[in-house]
Design a protein around this ligand. Structure first.
Ligand SMILES: N[C@@H](CCC(=O)N[C@@H](CS)C(=O)NCC(=O)O)C(=O)O
Length: 202
């Protein structure tokens, strides 16, 4: 199994899950400029990471990759056995992948929407405002819970990754006590530490 990634970007979620699973895997950093070159586009025509290969299987899209890994390695307990538990996990995975991650797309990808600097700043500010609203919702969900759904799942590494972005862009997250406690315990997790170290992050 091989994970293609850029340091600190969304494949960090998959990387942490691979650590939690504990089976052998390889990682391959992809320089940003190579994402749009033919060799990488043959793996993912969108030109983005993550890509996970497993034998002949070439998988893209974080949600699909995370669910694939959880289903391939049920012993890791990262996707519940029961229907309602799986639905709840997918609900929060969708929230982080399709809502929170997308809000940060406006911040990191503001240049794709306008060439005007003032307009770009407005787009980024809109992304931060949206991310703040969404962090408030997940902070409430984390009240009394160590993990987003109550038990450790594929959602947690993804929320951790996106929360790192919030800190990286200097969002004021101090008011989100539960999110901060979640972030602190994830930072202390051996699998998280191993993935960060392998990506050259602190
Ligand atoms: N929908 C995709 C989004 C992947 C994505 O946004 N990847 C970013 C890194 S977090 C990327 O590769 N950006 C580089 C680019 O699009 O040029 C997923 O869920 O995996």
């Amino acid at each position: 199994m091989k994970l293609y990634y850029m340091p600190g970007a969304c494949p960090l979620a998959t990387h942490i899950v691979l650590e939690w699973i504990g089976e052998p895997y390889e990682i391959q950093a992809v320089p940003r400029k190579e994402l749009k070159e033919p060799a990488f586009l043959a793996l993912n025509p969108v030109g983005s990471v993550p890509v996970l290969t497993d034998g002949d299987l070439v998988l893209t899209q974080s949600a699909a990759i995370l669910e694939y890994l959880a289903e391939k390695h049920p012993q890791a307990g990262l996707l519940p056995d029961d229907l309602a538990g799986r639905a709840e996990t997918r609900r929060w995975l969708g929230f982080v992948n399709a809502d929170l991650h997308k809000a940060f797309g406006l911040v990191f990808g503001k240049g794709a929407f306008s060439s005007d600097a003032a307009c770009q700043e407005q787009i980024a500010a809109g992304g931060i405002a949206q991310a703040t609203k969404l962090f408030a919702i997940i902070d409430k969900q984390l009240e009394g819970r160590q993990w987003v759904t109550g038990t450790r799942s594929i959602v947690d590494p993804y929320l951790y990754t996106v929360t790192r972005w919030g800190h990286a862009v200097k969002m004021d997250l101090a008011g989100f006590r539960n999110l901060q406690a979640f972030f602190d315990h994830m930072n202390a997790d051996p699998g998280v530490k191993a993935a960060l170290a392998a990506q050259g992050l602190e």
